[in-house]
Design a protein around this ligand. Structure first.
Ligand code: SAM
Length: 279
């Protein structure tokens, strides 16, 4: 992998303790997949319009930011959770542009980021078609003032010609979450592959193209490849880029014939659409 100088994004600081590359040097590529190491806000602006069947995003939940108005309890780079909505509006607007007229934008959130994301879609002119709870069948930790959390939320926003073909799918997802650090990667927010498979299957046609602007360990990519879809992801943390590449290589190994070669993605991603901006 090319290495870029690790500098902090000009647009927004990454969460505390993380250093993202300012812009991609070159993507890691395999049969049916492409992974851009870099700041999503930099990469996403250079992506082609109307090219993807789905953007499935599991963005940072800004854990550590608070909105309780108590100076002593504010922590992390995002001082105030309520001020993070422009970040969501920026990347969601670009994601919306990248979708085909039949495409879906699918966004994970929790109850804390829900107000910011709904403010962001209002600003970006993106509709909300379903807000589906994901029952994690796992009870998380909580303070003594809180109920124990067991769910996250998944927003489905469809372009004008988007349709859910499976008319029996309800708006609740049930899939067991493996507790932090016990998945097949060390990523603390890794989502279960079966959950992502269910989502990919719902919102993309056979042979479709999926984009994930916050890939983490690339669970969305694994699900996409397993279902014969191609995948383009972006991840800012070099640790998870490496981890993703390992998982994507393993998932793509049996599929090399299906995708013929890494060039299969060229049609979706004309090289002139993505120019490294720091060269
Ligand atoms: C919630 S995790 C995604 C987990 C993923 N769905 C999985 O199953 O592994 C969000 C990821 O976004 C990355 N991230 C956050 N802000 C970013 C940015 N501005 N550009 C690129 N990646 C970013 C973080 O490093 C983190 O790995």
């Amino acid at each position: 992998m090319d290495t870029c100088p690790p500098i902090v994004s000009a647009s927004l600081e990454p969460p505390a303790g993380q250093v993202f590359h300012a812009a991609p040097c070159s993507p890691l590529v395999g049969p049916g997949w492409e992974l851009w190491p870099g700041d999503s806000l930099d990469v996403i602006r250079k992506m082609e319009s109307s090219a993807f069947d789905a953007v499935i995003a599991d963005p940072p939940y800004m854990i550590g930011a608070t909105s309780i108005g108590d100076e002593k309890h504010k922590s992390g780079s995002y001082y105030d959770l309520m001020n993070t909505w422009p970040f969501y509006a920026l990347w969601m607007g670009e994601a919306w542009r990248m979708l085909k007229p039949t495409g879906y934008l699918v966004t994970f959130m929790n109850w804390r980021t829900f107000p910011m994301i709904f403010r962001a879609i209002a600003e970006a002119g993106i509709p909300a078609h379903s807000l589906a709870p994901w029952d994690k069948e796992w009870i998380g930790p909580a303070t003594e003032k809180q109920l124990r959390p067991t769910y996250e939320l998944i927003l489905f926003s469809g372009k004008p010609q988007a349709r859910i073909e499976n008319r029996s799918k309800s708006d609740i997802f049930r899939c067991k979450w493996m507790a932090a650090h016990s998945g097949d990667s060390g990523h603390p927010a890794q989502k279960p592959v079966p959950l992502l498979r269910e989502i990919v299957e719902l919102v993309t046609p056979s042979g479709g193209k999926v984009f994930d602007p916050f890939s983490g360990s690339s669970t969305t990519g694994i699900a996409a490849l397993q279902l014969g879809r191609s995948f383009v992801g972006v991840e800012g943390n070099p640790i998870w880029v490496e981890d993703s590449a390992k998982r994507l290589r393993e998932a793509a190994e049996p599929l090399a014939d299906l995708f013929h070669s890494a060039n299969a993605l060229d049609q979706a991603q004309p090289p002139d659409q993505i120019q490294p901006s720091n060269t």
